[in-house]
Design a protein around this ligand. Structure first.
Ligand code: COA
Length: 140
């Protein structure tokens, strides 16, 4: 059975490993993940099969949806959208009124999920995401 729960520090190295595997970018530093970040994991029989994280965007009452990833075995079950709902609820609890993020323009599953959860695209004054980023926001 799959279930989402708040990550604890012991989960951070596992999240970093899965993130490296599914995102193929720089490895997260597990020692830095607890400072200024909120993380969740999805577990299957006690094993982490996905993760999501948010952090303060650095201005106003705005949060940044920083990372999400699922191992292939956990995809196609709505877990990204479940993460978005859980993270959105926490963001509201933190007093944030808006979430922002970016997704690569060719990442159709991720874009579809954000849009289904009420995110809209916007054009920033200055690019701050990856090359080919689509910028997204959602008022909470
Ligand atoms: C992004 C990610 C978390 C989404 O996983 P998921 O929630 O299981 O998403 P799904 O595979 O169910 O796909 C989401 C939607 O996109 C659709 N979709 C999937 N692949 C697609 C494709 N190649 N083209 C178009 N649509 C596609 C699905 O049908 C689904 O829509 P539906 O629910 O209406 O049927 C997962 O793909 C992943 O971990 N990817 C690697 C890491 C990553 O890209 N993270 C996000 C960085 S912004």
């Amino acid at each position: 059975m799959l279930y989402i729960e708040r990550a604890v520090p012991a989960d951070y190295p596992v999240i970093a490993d899965i993130d490296l595997e599914v995102m193929e970018s720089d490895r997260l530093d597990p020692h830095e993940m607890g400072s200024g970040g909120w993380w969740w994991v999805v577990k299957d029989g006690g094993h982490i099969v996905g993760y999501a994280g948010i952090e303060y965007a650095g201005y106003g009452e705005v949060g940044f949806f920083s990372r999400v990833g699922l191992l292939p075995v956990a995809r196609g079950q709505g877990l990204h959208r479940d993460f978005l709902r859980v993270c959105g609820a926490e963001a509201r609890r933190l007093g944030w009124t808006q979430m922002i993020t970016y997704v690569h323009r060719l990442n159709a599953p991720s874009l579809n999920n954000f849009i289904k959860c009420g995110y809209k695209t916007y054009i920033p004054d200055e690019d701050w995401g990856c090359d080919g980023a689509v910028y997204l926001y959602r008022d909470l």
